[in-house]
Design a protein around this ligand. Structure first.
Ligand code: 2HA
Ligand code: ZN
Length: 270
């Protein structure tokens, strides 16, 4: 068996979490990441028959039965993942009935998976229906997006228009827009279901007064979406309370999307 600490997916998870921590998006134990894995990818590192323990799920994840994933642990700090992946991450397989997950590696201090594991698994199984190649679900607390939900209407159309208008790049990177959820208690089945529902349509979901969820085929895609939406929110916050003299018009937004071969969500444009 090869040393799992050298596996590309473990290294990339550690690097991504460290990057997110340095951006200030993952204070203390906040945030969580999960990554679907193929059996092919892990079997050179792990004996997939050796189950360490089983964690029950509060949801029915049966569409993911038999699928492997890596995810962050509950109470774990993003800043520590890179230096100690075995303690801070776990790799598991969803049980045949989809009602539990079987730990195969990691969470070595006896801890459990992220409190948002239900939201992640529901997110995966829903997003896979829209994009069969999706593999990442990522949650964090970007400062400016969070701040923006304090001062901007949570109307989805208005929120998207503001993000698109702030930076030329926004409509190129997320022409599909962002979903916006009102404030809800985190860690609940209710927020997990509401998030999954939005993931049918969007790759970025804003949790008002909390943070966001982003999905993607790769860690870089989910991270890039988060960075770009957060940059737009930062410009919104830097210019909030100032007179905005110049503005991207709807024609400008259409033109830039066309130039980059993107089809923006028409309902958000005038
Ligand atoms: O992992 O951010 O929403 C802690 C959280 C829960
Ligand atoms: Zn959170």
């Amino acid at each position: 068996m090869k040393n799992i600490l050298t596996a590309p997916f473990i290294r990339e998870l550690g690097e991504t979490a460290a990057n997110m921590y340095r951006q200030g998006w993952d204070e203390r134990n906040s945030g969580n990441i999960s990554l679907l894995l193929d059996e092919e990818e892990i079997k050179e590192y792990l004996d997939t028959e050796k189950v360490i323990k089983t964690f029950p799920l509060g949801i029915d994840a049966s569409p993911l039965a038999g699928r492997y994933f890596a995810a962050t642990g509950t109470g774990k700090y993003f800043k520590n993942i890179e230096k100690d992946p075995e303690k801070n991450l776990g790799i598991a397989r969803v049980s045949p009935d989809g009602r539990s997950v079987m730990l195969l590696w990691g969470l070595s201090d006896g801890g459990g998976f992220t409190s948002e594991l239900s939201a992640h698994l529901l997110g995966h199984l829903t997003r896979l229906k829209t994009d069969p190649e999706n593999r990442i679900v990522m949650h964090c607390h970007p400062q400016n997006l969070l701040a923006m939900t304090h001062i901007h209407a949570l109307d989805e159309r208005e929120f998207n228009r503001s993000l698109w208008q702030m930076c030329t790049e926004s409509i190129i990177i997320f022409p599909d827009g962002v979903g916006v959820l009102p404030w809800m208690v985190c860690g609940t089945d209710e927020i997990a279901e509401a998030t999954a529902e939005k993931l049918r349509e969007y790759r970025i979901i804003i949790w008002a007064l909390h943070g966001l969820y982003a999905v993607g085929r790769t860690l870089d895609e989910a991270l890039g979406l988060t960075e770009t939406a957060e940059k737009a929110a930062m410009i919104y916050m830097l210019t909030a309370g100032h007179e905005r003299v110049n503005r991207l018009s709807d024609d400008d937004l259409r033109a830039v999307a066309k130039q980059y071969g993107q089809t923006p969500k028409e309902a958000f444009l005038n």
